[in-house]
Design a protein around this ligand. Structure first.
Ligand SMILES: NC(=O)c1ccc[n+]([C@@H]2O[C@H](COP(=O)([O-])OP(=O)(O)OC[C@H]3O[C@@H](n4cnc5c(N)ncnc54)[C@H](OP(=O)(O)O)[C@@H]3O)[C@@H](O)[C@H]2O)c1
Length: 255
């Protein structure tokens, strides 16, 4: 619970994909501590069960649902499960993403391209479209799409991942345009280099990271908690005039 009622999510239901590690897990705790009931999802059932247990230890109302969101039937089942278990959805955090290939454009394979686009672009759109009528029936809602600074400026050896994150920014703006009249807001967060498993190849034994941090106004790696506060702002009434926004959390990297 927050002392400021604009940040209070009591009575709200939040669905978070990729909620068992890194940024998604930090968001699950952040929204849960603000009073939301939280639906935790990722591919691995054990990881989902462990995260549910950790949230429940803080007396956060939680449900777990293992799903690979790249498979649309599983994405749809996640929305149905949240609605059946908790009566609706107010907040959707599209956080899960993959980046299976690190290399130049010419090394991209069709299967890697399809996997990146399925998980990073198609799934967030499908989940948002399924959540829309449920949110609208409750008077509105908030969709937070986890993009990346790479969606604003492609990174070396991450071109297709970067393109998927650019597509997600564009979809976020389209959601804001089309769904504002139903009081459903959509915003994108663009993290810089955050210390998680996902980004380990960048910060573990990579000389380039020292050069990046030396150039960055705040010369340190970000933490998942550096991102989760912004997600709470966008999910809550504190962000009620924000839609179609694209927010960097990058220690100033893009400055
Ligand atoms: N870390 C960074 O520096 C950084 C920078 C910019 C943007 N981002 C973005 O932030 C988001 C979270 O990244 P992170 O660094 O927190 O990653 P992470 O620590 O590796 O966590 C990824 C989460 O997503 C789940 N996941 C992966 N593929 C999935 C799928 N197909 N379906 C459902 N769940 C899936 C993972 O659990 P399972 O393995 O159990 O599925 C895990 O819970 C991503 O959208 C990423 O692109 C991260």
């Amino acid at each position: 619970m927050s002392n400021d009622p604009r940040f209070d999510l009591s009575g709200k239901v939040a669905v978070i994909t990729g909620a068992t590690r890194g940024i998604g897990r930090a968001i699950a705790f952040q929204l849960g501590r603000a009073g939301a009931a939280v639906v935790v999802s990722s591919r691995k059932p054990d990881a989902v069960a462990e995260t549910v247990k950790a949230l429940e230890a803080e007396r956060i109302t939680t449900r777990g649902f293992p799903a690979n969101v790249g498979r649309l039937d599983e994405a749809r089942a996640l929305i149905a499960h949240a609605t059946n278990e908790l009566g609706g959805i107010d907040i959707l955090v599209n956080n899960a993403a993959v980046s299976p290939l690190y290399g130049p454009l010419t090394s991209m394979t069709e299967s890697a391209f399809d996997k990146i686009m399925s998980v990073n672009v198609k799934a967030p759109l499908e989940l948002a479209c399924r959540a829309l009528p449920i949110m609208a029936a409750r008077g509105g809602g908030s969709i937070v799409n986890m993009s990346s600074v790479d969606g604003l400026r492609p990174d070396h050896d991450l071109a297709v991942y970067s393109a998927s994150k650019a597509a997600l920014i564009s979809l976020t703006k389209a959601m804001a345009l089309e769904w504002g009249a139903q009081n459903v807001r959509a915003n994108a967060i663009c993290p810089g280099l955050i210390k998680t498993d996902f980004s380990a190849p960048m910060w573990k034994e990579n000389a380039g990271v020292a050069a990046q941090l030396a150039r960055q106004p705040l010369p340190r790696l970000g933490s998942p908690e550096d991102v989760s506060g912004l997600a709470l702002f966008l999910a809550s009434d504190a962000g009620s005039y924000c839609t179609g926004g694209v927010y960097v959390v990058d220690g100033g990297w893009m400055t």
